[in-house]
Design a protein around this ligand. Structure first.
Ligand code: AMP
Length: 425
């Protein structure tokens, strides 16, 4: 069977790696892919914002299954377009992907279905926001409605800074695009968990949970990034809490979407804050997370393609996923300057030595193959990922592999997993 993966990051590299392990898969094609993916799959250039071009590519390649990685093509309706052309595709339709592409839609949906989330108000202009924030205590959270690649959430210490942030969203100063609506939200305190599930539109199956580190600096300081590292362990959530989240958050979401005639088929990524009053939804993503997927898929023992096909065919309830016990960790190597401006094109060395360390996979986020050399091509460059019986061992392996790798200006955090390690008795 031939599988097409749309995307170009570490998530897609991990997907390609997991898909290739399926006995049923004979060929993996990735569009556009990257320098690491090119070593395990045929890569074809494509613009992920151009639905027609992606459809033309899929029609020419005739894959038996297409997996959509990133949020932008989902929000543009790539799944609807491929389905209209009779192609099998894993991912939510444009209407279902609204759970991620509009935070306003997601908040109203959560409220309609009585799913726990922070109190909020949706405002169409600064005057509305000024009125709404009268009833919110500082700190408060200001959010752009649309996709913002992790840059659309601002935690504000006062009402005045909240107003300023909202103003910058409305006038396009913050994101470069003018926001039609801005959400103000109550600030929640607690541990964050990424709870990802597969959904066939009616049923849900949880993937291994994960926790990420968004800040660039050690000790979780400095500006936010796409994610500098992530880990997944068995201890993160006990069975009781997992069942509660499934029963009160994931299932009601999937049932609610079905009731509203926009069934959600794909990965429902629930970003949760574990607060004193229980888990609350911070956000939904309508796809595999990046870098969460790198750590999660390293622990998956079952056949990923079987599971994704079960979602498409509405028979997820017959499928059980098996996970390697223990832990996995992914540490991101980034370019100097990221998340600000950075240079690319530097040769990457030591990849083979790193991959020889037991349990290690080096997934590429922003790399390119230039002649016989893999070079840097993005802010986040590599996701050095390792699985092991414990988190400490997984981290040791990942850092041992990282020590083998070099490129000019390479930066990585040395403290991934510090919160979980501190909690251990
Ligand atoms: P989101 O894109 O909505 O997940 O927000 C990105 C990050 O902002 C989250 O991972 C949290 O760390 C933080 N955040 C979002 N909403 C809240 C909230 N209501 N209270 C506290 N932190 C939040």
């Amino acid at each position: 069977m031939k599988v097409l993966i749309l995307g170009s990051g570490g998530r897609e590299h991990a997907l390609a790696w997991a898909v290739k392990r399926s006995e049923r898969v004979t060929e993996v094609v990735c569009a556009p892919g990257n320098g690491g993916i090119a070593q395990i799959a045929r890569c074809i250039p494509v613009d992920l914002k151009d639905v027609d071009a992606m459809v033309r590519l899929a029609e020419a390649e005739k894959p038996e299954l297409t997996i959509v990685g990133p949020e932008v093509p989902l929000s543009l309706g790539i799944v609807d377009a491929l389905q209209e052309h009779g192609l099998r595709v894993f991912g939510p339709t444009r209407a279902a992907a609204m759970l991620e592409s509009s935070k306003g839609f997601a908040k109203r949906f959560l409220q309609r279905h009585k799913i726990p989330t922070a109190n909020y108000a949706i405002c169409r202009n600064v005057a509305e926001l000024e009125k709404a924030i009268e009833i919110f205590h500082a700190p408060l959270v200001i959010k752009a409605d649309g996709l913002a690649a992790g840059k659309g959430v601002i935690i504000c210490q006062s009402r005045r800074t909240a107003l300023e942030a909202a103003q910058d969203l409305f006038n396009g100063k913050l994101l470069g695009e003018v926001e039609q609506q801005v959400i103000v939200e109550e600030f929640l305190q607690g541990d964050e968990i990424s709870f990802l599930c597969l959904s066939d539109g009616k049923h849900v199956t949880a993937l291994a949970p994960a926790q990420d580190h968004k800040c660039i600096g050690e000790g979780d300081t400095g500006p936010n990034t796409g994610g500098m590292g992530v880990y997944s362990t068995d201890e993160m959530l006990d069975q009781g809490m997992k069942d509660w989240i499934l029963r009160h958050i994931a299932l009601p979401t999937v049932r609610g979407m079905a009731e509203e005639d926009t069934p959600f088929v794909g990965v429902l990524y629930c970003g949760l804050m574990m607060t004193a009053r229980g888990p609350q939804v911070l956000e939904f993503n309508a796809r595999f997370g990046d870098p969460e997927t790198q750590a999660i898929l390293l622990r998956l023992e079952s056949d990923l393609v079987e599971a994704l096909e079960a979602c498409i065919d509405g028979r997820l309830s017959e499928t059980e996923l098996r996970w390697a016990p223990g832990a996995a960790a992914c540490v991101i190597a980034s370019s100097a300057g990221y998340p600000g401006s950075y240079k690319t094109g530097f040769p990457i060395t030591g990849l083979e030595a790193a991959a020889r360390i037991p349990g290690v996979q080096v997934f590429h986020s922003g790399s390119a193959q230039v002649e016989n050399q893999v070079v840097t091509a993005g802010g986040r460059v590599l996701g050095v990922t390792a699985a092991a019986p414990s988190l400490q061992e997984a981290l040791d392996r990942a850092y041992q592999a990282m020590a083998e790798i070099h490129f000019e200006g390479m930066y990585y955090r040395h403290d991934i997993g510090h919160r979980a390690l501190k909690k251990k008795p």
